[in-house]
Structures are given as C-alpha cells and as structure tokens.
Design a protein around this ligand. Structure first.
Ligand code: AMP
Ligand code: GLY
Length: 425
C-alpha cells in the first residue's frame, strides 16, 4: 500500500502522531494541516484552518487522502471528523455528538451522573444569581467550570467562597471565556494525584493505553497558573495494578457502555482526566482526543504499527488484543517561551535541536515552531517537547534533561521537576 495520510493540528502531539504514521511501511505521504517546523521535515504542511471542515474535505479530495487523524478538540467539537467521514475518508476522531463529552462540561457531568461514573459532586447553572446563591448556601469554595471550550482556561479552582463568587462573576457576567460561560458547573474540589488515562475505541471495542501523568502548572512544585501541560511521564506509580483495575471497571467500562446505550458511536481516542483520591479514581474531565504532552510519552513507548492501530479504530476493526509497550518508561519536558501561559514573544531563533536528538533514546517533538529560510524559530507558547525513553522514569528523566541542556532560545523556560512523584533522584 502507498497511502496518503492527513494529520489535522499543529502541536507536538500532531508531530508525534505524524512521525509515527510516517514510520509505517504502508504510508507514502503525510499531509499536516497546518503542521509546524518539525512536521515540515518529512511531511507536507498545508496552511488550512483546523476548524474549516469544508477546506479540509476539499484538501482530502484533491490529494486523495486515504486516512485522517484529527488531533485537537476544537475541530472535533466542530464536526470535522463527521465531515471527513461523510466524504468517504476513514477518520480517527469522534464525531460532533460524542465530542460533547469534552465540548460541554454540563453534558459530560450529566453523562457521568446518568451512568454512575465516579466524579465530584456538582450542580449546573445557567443563571449567575442562582449559582451565587448555591455557593453562599453551601458556604465553602467550589471549582468553577465554564461549560464550553475555553482553550483549557475555563476552570477556576477557588480557594475561598469569595474567590468562588468572583469566578462566577468572571465566567458568567463578564463572559471572560465568551459564550463558553453561559452555563457553569460548580463542583467539589478533589484532592489527590491527577493522572491521564487513554483509551482507543473502534466503535465497539476498546484498547487501554498505558497511564501517564501531566504537570499542568507552569511552576516547579506544581505552583502558578495552569498551562496546556509542562511535561509528562509514563507510567505514574500512583496507578497501581489495583487502581488500574478500578479505572477499567468503574470508569472505562461504564463510559463506553453509556455511550453505546445512548446510541453514540466513538471512533478515536478518549483521554480521561482522573483524580486518584486515596486509591479511588474519580473523573475530572473527558477529552475526546489524545493529550499533549501525554501522547509524546505514550508514542515513544509504543513500537507497534501506529497506522494499523489508528486506522483499525477508524474502520471499526481494532486488530490488537492489547498494546505491547517496548520501552518501560518515558518522559517529556516542555520547553516554553518566556511569559507563557501569559503573553510571550515569537520568532525566537532555536538552536541545538539536532544535538539534542543525538542523545540516546531522545526524540524532540515540535509544538510552536516554524522553519523560516532554513532557520528554526519559535511560533507559540509551548515550543518543543523533549522526550526520552528509559528502563525506568529516572533514566528517562536523565536522558530528557541532558537533551534539554543542548537546546537554547532566548528566555527558554521549563520545569526541572517533571515526574517528581516517580523520581528517586
Ligand atoms: P479541566 O479543564 O477540567 O481539566 O480542569 C483543569 C484543571 O483544574 C484540572 O487539570 C485539575 O487540575 C483542576 N480541577 C478540575 N476539576 C477539579 C476538581 N473537582 N477538584 C480539583 N481540581 C480540579
Ligand atoms: N495535557 C492536557 C491536555 O492535553 O489537555
């Protein structure tokens, strides 16, 4: 076979997916829409907006795309996977209906409540006065979540009743996240360790991937504002065999049974954000896609044929019985521009990526980068995802950080404590 594959998105997750697909013997050509400076090295970047379903269908038709993978949530929620499938393109990624699990926090909370899936207790409001009255009546701080997509910023973990009321005001009255704040979910704060659990579904069968752990706060010791993720590793020790069994039985099984009972087909990756509280998993959120940077840590551990895996899911015929992980552990350290997650400069010259990739077991995935006349420059807040495999998390960390030392751009910031729950040194 000499297949043409389309990857929609421009992050390090998409670089890792595109590289994995390109490595398959059956893939001749990879198109990335729009891709980045890393995918430009082996794929063809096409400047198309990720949410423009019409333009993506046209691209697929013109270029004879055999298989498409939709990376980010916004196009999935906008129905890009439905449009591609309607045009006859086998597509990895759930349709608009299933994507509501991420696109609406009220929908996903009600879904969990309907199907008895463990999650924080919550109430849902479309009226700010009623939401405020609820907080005052309870008299304790709550987590405030804007219902719609807000680029990962629509969740405020309030520390006091005052802060909770202020958050409701920002989300519902000031509409800081736009129409995403027309409705809020107010829920109890869970205290524990967060983990990312990925499942691939072909519509009727599911395959669980290895657990991973992201570090969402910008600062070391998990401090400062939330980001898209500053680094991840796999596997996290908090997911013992016993905890994983509970995740599969109490969360994964009822989630897919619930989808089936509601007549919602799911072909793609479901990334379940969980809080593990004293060994008990509780769902914080569903994401209808692969996580970033979790995907980078999972794909470097995986040595099977990525095309076979993802295309099998898209076509309703997952081939593997379970996933064989060749590398026992991995770590990904995100290099970000100064100022991220606030405003940051772009266009900074990046040096040392090639040298970093010469370190054993290291892959450097690009996020916000572009190639400009042969020079690699930054083009986003998260710039690079430096990823390494190892026999254990300590070894993966040593390799990843050695590679990080070789890369430089002005004001580069990164966390030195990725994997702190799993590292002994
Ligand atoms: P989300 O966008 O739903 O992933 O929320 C962003 C972050 O807020 C999560 O990664 C958690 O760190 C935090 N968060 C969300 N819900 C809760 C909760 N019920 N208790 C504690 N932290 C939460
Ligand atoms: N790393 C978190 C996310 O992809 O949402």
């Amino acid at each position: 076979m000499a297949l043409t594959v389309l990857v929609v998105g421009s992050g390090a997750r998409e670089h890792a997916l595109a590289a994995g697909l390109f490595a398959s013997a059956d893939v001749e050509r990879v198109l990335c829409a729009p891709g980045n400076g890393g995918t430009a090295g082996f794929a063809e970047n096409v400047a198309v907006d990720v949410e423009d379903a019409g333009a993506l269908v046209l691209l697929a038709e013109e270029r004879g795309v055999d298989f498409a993978v939709v990376g980010p949530e916004a196009p999935l929620v906008a129905g890009v996977a439905d449009a591609l499938r309607a045009a006859g393109v086998a597509t990895f990624g759930p349709g608009r209906e299933a994507a509501r699990l991420e696109g609406s926090k009220a929908f996903s909370k009600r879904f969990m409540q309907r199907h008895g899936i463990p999650t924080a207790e919550a109430a849902i409001f479309e009226d700010a006065d009623a939401a405020e009255a609820h907080v005052r009546a309870l008299g304790r701080p709550l987590v405030v979540k804007a219902d719609g997509l807000a680029a990962g910023k629509g969740v405020i973990v309030a520390g006091s009743v005052e802060e909770t009321l202020e958050a409701i005001d920002r989300v519902m009255r000031k509409r800081e996240f736009g129409e995403a704040g027309a409705c809020v979910v107010l829920e109890e704060r869970l205290v524990g360790q967060e983990v990312s659990y990925h499942v691939i579904s072909d519509g009727s069968r599911q395959l669980a991937l290895a657990a991973a752990q992201d570090h969402k706060r910008v600062g070391e010791g998990d401090t400062g504002p939330n980001t898209g993720g500053m680094g991840a590793y796999s596997p996290p020790p908090v997911v013992s065999a016993e905890v994983e069994r509970k995740i599969l039985e109490r969360v994964v099984a009822p989630t897919f049974a619930g989808l089936a009972a509601e007549g919602i087909e799911y072909r793609g990756a479901l990334f379940i954000g969980l809080m593990i509280v004293d060994g008990e998993p509780s769902v914080i959120e569903y994401n209808v896609r692969f996580g970033d940077p979790e995907t980078e840590t999972l794909l470097v551990r995986y040595r099977g044929d990525l095309l076979e895996l993802l295309r099998g899911a898209a076509e309703g015929a997952l081939a593997e019985e379970s996933i064989a992980w060749e590398a026992p552990a991995s770590m990904c350290v995100v290099l970000a521009a100064a100022g991220y997650p606030g405003s940051y400069p772009k266009g900074l010259e990046i040096r040392g990526v090639e040298a970093a990739e010469k370190e054993p077991g290291v892959r450097v995935f690009h996020a916000g980068t572009r190639l400009e006349g042969g020079v690699l420059r930054s083009a986003g807040g998260r710039v690079l995802a430096v990823t390494a495999i190892g026999d254990d998390v300590d070894m993966a960390a040593e390799r990843a950080y050695r590679a990080v030392e070789r890369i430089d751009f002005e004001g580069v910031q990164f966390r030195r404590d990725i994997g702190h729950h799993a590292r002994s040194r």
